[in-house]
Design a protein around this ligand. Structure first.
Ligand SMILES: [Zn+2]
Length: 404
């Protein structure tokens, strides 16, 4: 069954073959045809082929579904009091994670699953059609494996983050915890994970520990990604490049050498920036222009987590990225879609072209520019994932019901 989506005022394809060769590959007055779960055709409305069904997009804009390549969704409890304290002047440190670890260990499986499903729904409503989900609030063999099983209920992009912080019971014996992470915990978690990740930063794991943990994860068949450079300069960024990690995330304190390394590895290692984290910790923002001008591949992700970035809104992240991180609106949209797909090493998503998965978002706006131009306004009004309508968050259903 084929469906023609037509009357698209502005279609962002992320296919430079379209439009004027710009990375966003914008087609004005456009249409697209979906066949089952895939895109079958993209082009000018006047050239559109026939289809079994027809949906008018009512002169609005359509963009690829957002790809959120960095999220921590399996946890219990929340930390709004800590946020309020921080906004009252207390600094952010990695130690706050411990309170979420305690709540997560104490929660039953149904509670954790319900929490993950709620956040997955929030992401979908915000236009996110693919997201990654990390463990990292269990920090025991059983609790990490349980977290990954629960993450696997909502996404295939699951990440083992046993090396989030050293839990309190191992405070005096870090080496024993690292042995656990690289031994029994990895063994129990690897069957449920695609990725291995480490929080390489002050108060978490140093570069030597990180190398040891990532290498063990890779030997167990997982692909590497890394948190580095959030709280201060870190050799972790160059380690991620050296190990061929798919992504190094935060990069807030990237040095000139780090930027050069990321530019040289643009086809392998993505620099993923997380504006929600700087926003919610009132920290300095990284400079995306510096990375992009150097030639690095850059992604934007939510970093959704209860401590330092409790948002599921990619449009919010785009607005902050444009306002405070030196992205152009076009670069921010690319980073939140095709950039996220690159950070997850996915070539089936992030681009609207024949043969790709039919994941796209209709915005109640004439242009994607409104994502940053109208911050905080819920512009996502229709979400299609693998060809299926997933949500109708807007109160304007006649736009999507006009099938003939
Ligand atoms: Zn994170």
């Amino acid at each position: 069954m084929t469906v023609l989506y037509t009357d698209i005022r502005e279609l962002v394809t992320n296919d430079p073959a379209n439009g004027d060769g710009d990375p966003l590959g914008i087609i004005s007055d456009a249409a697209l045809v979906v066949d089952g779960a895939e895109i079958a055709w993209v082009g000018r409305r006047a050239d559109a082929p026939d289809a079994d069904d027809r949906v008018s997009c009512a002169d609005t804009s359509v963009i690829p579904g957002f790809v959120d390549s960095h999220a921590h969704l399996v946890f219990a409890g929340e930390r709004s009091a800590e946020f309020a304290a921080r906004m009252s002047g207390q600094p952010y440190g990695a130690g706050g994670i411990a309170s979420t670890v305690a709540a997560t260990r104490a929660a039953d499986e149904a509670t954790l699953l319900a929490g993950v499903q709620r956040l997955a729904h929030e992401l979908l409503r915000a236009g996110v059609t693919t997201f990654e989900c990390k463990s990292g609030y269990g920090l025991t063999v059983e609790d990490e494996a349980r977290s990954l099983r629960i993450a696997g209920a909502v996404t295939d992009e699951t990440t083992f983050l046993g090396a989030h912080v050293v839990p309190a019971e191992f405070r005096d014996d870090r080496a024993a915890y690292i042995d656990l992470v690289t031994g029994p915990m990895l063994q129990a978690c690897a069957p449920h994970a695609r990725w291995v990740d480490v929080f390489c930063d002050r108060g978490a794991f140093d570069v030597d520990e990180t190398r040891h943990i990532l290498t063990a994860g890779m030997a167990a068949g997982l692909d590497a990604r890394l948190h580095a450079g959030q709280l201060g300069p870190s050799a972790g960024i160059r380690l991620a490049v050296e190990l061929g990690a798919a992504s190094v995330d935060h990069c807030t304190y990237a040095t000139d050498d780090d930027v050069d390394a990321l530019a040289g590895a643009a086809g392998t290692t993505v620099a993923t920036l997380l504006p929600g984290a700087e926003f919610s910790t009132r920290a300095r923002y990284p400079d995306a222009k510096r990375l992009i001008d150097a030639g690095a591949t850059v992604a934007l992700a939510t970093d959704c987590n209860p401590g330092s970035s409790f948002t599921t809104s990619m449009p919010f992240c785009i607005a902050v990225a444009v306002r405070d991180m030196n992205f152009t609106p076009a670069q921010a949209l690319w980073a939140a879609t095709a950039g996220g797909a690159a950070a997850l090493r996915r070539d089936d998503i992030g681009v609207l072209a024949a043969g790709r998965r039919a994941d796209f978002v209709r915005l109640d706006a004439p242009s994607y520019l409104h994502l940053a131009y109208r911050p905080g306004v819920p512009l996502v009004c229709d979400v299609v994932k693998a060809g299926q309508h997933m949500a109708y968050p807007s109160s304007n259903p006649e736009n999507v019901e006009s099938r003939s």
